[in-house]
Unconditional design. Structure first.
Length: 237
C-alpha cells in the first residue's frame, strides 16, 4: 500500500543542489503523489459502484485507477533515476560507493541488488553504501539501513556500520566485513577518527586488497540498467 509522499527538497541530495535540480526532483514526486490520489479515488469509487451492483461502472473506474497507477509508477521511476544520477555522479562519489539518498525503500533495494551483482561480476571486493542517518525520517528512524542489511543477508554478504552511521560497508567476497583504510585525501567521506566499523561482535581482520576501478562507460551502462524494472515504490528515506 502506497504511503503519501512528502516534499524532500535538498534533503534528498548528498550535496547542495541547484534550485532547478531540487525543483525537478520535487516536481516528479509531486506528480506521482497526485496520480496516487487519483488512483485511490478511482478504486474507492469502483468499490462503491460494485457494492451498488453497477458492474460496468466498477470496471471502468478500476481500469481508470490502473492507468493512474501506471503514471504514478512512471513518475516515481523518473524521480528515482534523476536523484540517483545527481547523487552518484563520478565527481561526487568514488567507484566503490553508492548513494541511496532520495530513493524509496523498494527503489533502493532494487538498485542495491543490481549494483552488488554488477560489482561482483567485475571483480570489485567491497562496496560502501550511503543510506543516511534517518534525520529526516519519521521519528528519526532509518528506513533504508534495515532494508540494505536485509539485502546483504539474503545475498550471503557480511556488512558493518561504518563510523559514519549513515554508511554501511559490504564485503562482496563473502568474508568478514573489514574496511580498507580510508585514502589520505579523504574522498570516501569519512568523518575522522579510527575509520573502523561496528562489527556487531565479529572479531577484526586485516582488510582485503583494494578493488579494481570500474570504467566510466561501464558505470553509465549500469545506471541505465537500474531503472528498467523499477515500479511502484512507497517509503522514502
Amino acid at each position: 500500500m502506497a504511503i503519501p509522499l512528502t516534499r524532500l527538497g535538498d534533503r534528498a541530495f548528498n550535496h547542495s543542489p541547484s534550485s532547478d535540480a531540487e525543483a525537478e526532483y520535487d516536481r516528479l514526486r509531486e506528480l506521482a503523489r497526485e496520480e496516487a490520489a487519483k488512483r485511490n479515488s478511482c478504486f474507492d469509487r469502483a468499490h462503491e459502484a460494485y457494492e451498488r451492483g453497477d458492474g460496468a461502472a466498477a470496471k471502468a473506474l478500476s481500469n481508470e485507477g490502473k492507468r493512474h497507477a501506471a503514471k504514478m509508477a512512471e513518475y516515481n521511476k523518473q524521480a528515482s533515476e534523476f536523484i540517483f544520477r545527481e547523487n552518484n555522479a563520478t565527481d561526487r562519489v568514488p567507484d566503490d560507493t553508492i548513494d541511496l539518498h532520495g530513493q524509496f525503500v523498494e527503489e533502493a533495494e532494487d538498485i542495491l541488488e543490481r549494483r552488488i551483482r554488477y560489482a561482483q561480476q567485475h571483480g570489485q571486493t567491497h562496496l560502501h553504501v550511503i543510506v543516511g542517518k534517518g534525520n529526516h525520517s519519521t521519528n528519526h528512524v532509518q528506513k533504508l539501513k534495515p532494508r540494505v542489511e536485509q539485502v546483504c543477508r539474503e545475498l550471503g554478504l557480511q556488512y558493518a556500520t561504518e563510523e559514519n552511521t549513515g554508511r554501511i560497508y559490504v564485503n562482496l567476497q563473502g568474508g568478514p566485513a573489514v574496511m580498507p583504510p580510508p585514502p589520505a585525501h579523504g574522498s570516501y567521506g569519512y568523518s575522522g577518527g579510527s575509520g573502523r566499523p561496528d562489527y556487531a561482535g565479529r572479531p577484526p581482520h586485516r582488510p582485503h586488497h583494494e578493488p579494481e576501478e570500474e570504467q566510466p562507460d561501464e558505470l553509465e551502462r549500469l545506471i541505465g540498467k537500474f531503472f528498467r524494472k523499477l515500479g511502484d515504490c512507497c517509503v522514502v528515506m
